[in-house]
Design a protein around this ligand. Structure first.
Ligand code: NDP
Ligand code: 2IT
Length: 461
């Protein structure tokens, strides 16, 4: 009996995913990230025999190298503390490993492998020569003094420095790692190696950093979303926008939404969320920046200052996130993975949302993505819409290699060009291999083809 094409695909997919799960037991976030890409690239694998015969996808899911190490540091009471550090060097076929470091108590190998895997395709989409990697630690910066954070960062770098280099692997920030942490790690690297190189990105502008790098992920997300709107003859002006998170990505996403005439109406942190129907304007955003970046406080304080807003503490007994239940035109999840599930997607549709673009990495669950796409909501996957951060890291590397320093206007202009190219390349790949206007399959396919071709050209490694 002949099986039809869909069934053949399903059988191939099931056996591939079963093998992956057996080889990587318990790594559910990694399985989730791989499954999404695999499903998208199946039509490409079907068409191109060489990708199958060279086992390209099978090789892509195996990190080139993972290092895991002990980090010992001493807290303010003189008590030794131990954490686990990692660097997952996922793929260097198109350039040196590149990707952020995450410091959060939830960090484990599965999370870093999912992030490293996503980074391969994201970095390929930027059109810059950047391979994929990710790292971090289960260290929790919350509630730690500056001195404790510094001692942790220094001891983390003591080991990490053996595995990175400005032409080998160039880490940057992610959750829990911002300018302060990059500074402490960079200082230690410089001391150990006795050289001033661009080994980390996200550095301060006075010591090798690029202008616009702090803004780049959030700005890039909103540029990308504006291009999506323009594609349907609309714009972000006048649109109500739900935003989650209140860290680096969320802050600069809100800033650019305001600049383009939209209205951010929410923000969140791990303790809860605020909903401000009147809109978070520039003054309120400055308050959030100071609260989160300088005072390192909780968003609950926002409603003390702006009593017309409402604050709702996180309720883990709910199977949905009430932030996404408010009416809005657009939604920008900018906090963390799997923060927007199927029930949330249904709530967004009830609330009339037309666009969901991911600032965080993998914030929408697979079920949520299906609901959004089935209901005609425009959906942008993080590996395309949040690529502005790593792209600008790439621009920081170019400036470091050439010993130059570009103006904000120059970096911002290049960022916009890069986001527009990613947008157009996603649509082009979707049209060629999948469904028209499907940004998710377009992003996965365009990223995959670039890396796959490089891997084939360089032989079996
Ligand atoms: P930050 O540490 O600056 O901010 C993270 C925000 O998300 C904070 O508001 C934090 O709350 C909240 N958050 C983090 N973890 C959780 C959780 N488990 N539950 C609820 N809220 C949580 O990180 P970034 O803004 O840099 O990163 C946000 C997302 O964007 C991540 O998914 C990251 O991977 C992704 N990203 C970041 C890029 C960058 O350049 N920084 C580039 C591309 C993607 P609290 O303040 O309570 O900790
Ligand atoms: O997820 C990401 O793309 C980042 N955290 C930024 C990585 C980088 O190297 O700038």
């Amino acid at each position: 009996m002949e099986m039809n094409d869909t069934l053949v695909q399903r059988v191939t997919e099931d056996s591939f995913m079963n093998q992956l799960k057996q080889a990587n037991p318990g790594e559910t976030e990694f399985h989730q990230a791989v499954h999404e890409v695999y499903e998208s690239v199946l039509p490409v694998l079907e068409k191109h025999e060489e990708y199958r015969s060279y086992q390209v996808f099978e090789r892509m899911v195996e990190p080139e190298r993972i290092v895991s190490f002990r980090v010992t540091w001493v807290d303010d009471n003189g008590v030794p503390q131990v954490n686990r550090g990692y660097r997952v060097q996922m793929n260097s076929a198109i350039g040196p490993f590149k990707g952020g470091l995450r410091f959060h108590p939830s960090v484990n190998q599965s999370i870093l492998k999912f992030l490293g895997f996503e980074q391969i395709f994201k970095n390929a989409l930027t059109s810059l020569p950047l391979g994929g990697g990710k790292g971090g630690s289960n260290f929790d910066p919350k509630g730690k003094s500056d001195g404790e954070v510094m001692r942790f960062c220094q001891n983390f770098m003591l080991e990490l420095s053996k595995h990175i280099g400005h032409r080998i692997d160039i880490p940057a920030g992610d959750i829990g790692v911002g300018g302060r942490e990059i500074g402490y790690m960079y200082g230690m690297y410089r001391k150990i190696e006795n050289q001033f190189s661009g080994v980390l990105t996200g550095k301060g502008v006075k010591w090798g950093g690029s202008l616009i790098r702090p803004e780049a992920t959030g700005y890039g997300l909103i540029y990308f979303s504006q291009y999506m709107m323009e594609n349907i003859g609309d714009s972000l002006a006048g649109k109500n926008c739900l935003v989650s998170g209140s860290g680096n990505v969320a802050q600069f996403a809100m800033e650019k939404i305001i600049e383009l005439g939209g209205k951010p109406i929410s923000a969140s942190d791990s303790s809860g969320y605020i909903y401000d129907e009147e809109g978070i304007d520039t003054e309120k955003l400055e308050y959030i920046k100071d609260l989160k970046n300088e005072r390192r406080g909780r968003l609950a304080e926002y409603v003390e200052k702006y009593p017309s807003a409402i604050y709702s503490p996180t309720d883990r007994s709910l199977d949905y996130n009430p932030l996404w239940a408010h009416n809005a035109d657009c939604a920008f999840p900018c906090a963390t993975q799997n923060e927007l599930n199927e029930a949330d997607a249904n709530n967004l549709i009830k609330g009339n949302a037309k666009l969901v673009a991911e600032g965080a990495n993998m914030p929408c669950t697979p079920e949520a993505i299906n609901v959004l796409r089935d209901n005609g909501v425009m959906y942008a996957p993080g590996k395309a819409s949040n690529a502005g951060g790593v792209a600008t890291s790439g621009l920081e590397m170019v400036q470091n290699y050439s010993g130059s320093h570009w103006t904000s206007e120059e970096v911002d202009r290049r960022l916009q060009v890069i986001m527009k190219n990613i947008h157009d390349n996603c649509l082009y790949a979707a049209e060629k291999y999948s469904t028209q206007n499907d940004y998710m399959s377009g992003a996965n396919i365009a990223g995959f083809i670039k890396v796959a071709d490089a891997m084939i050209a360089q032989g079996l490694l």
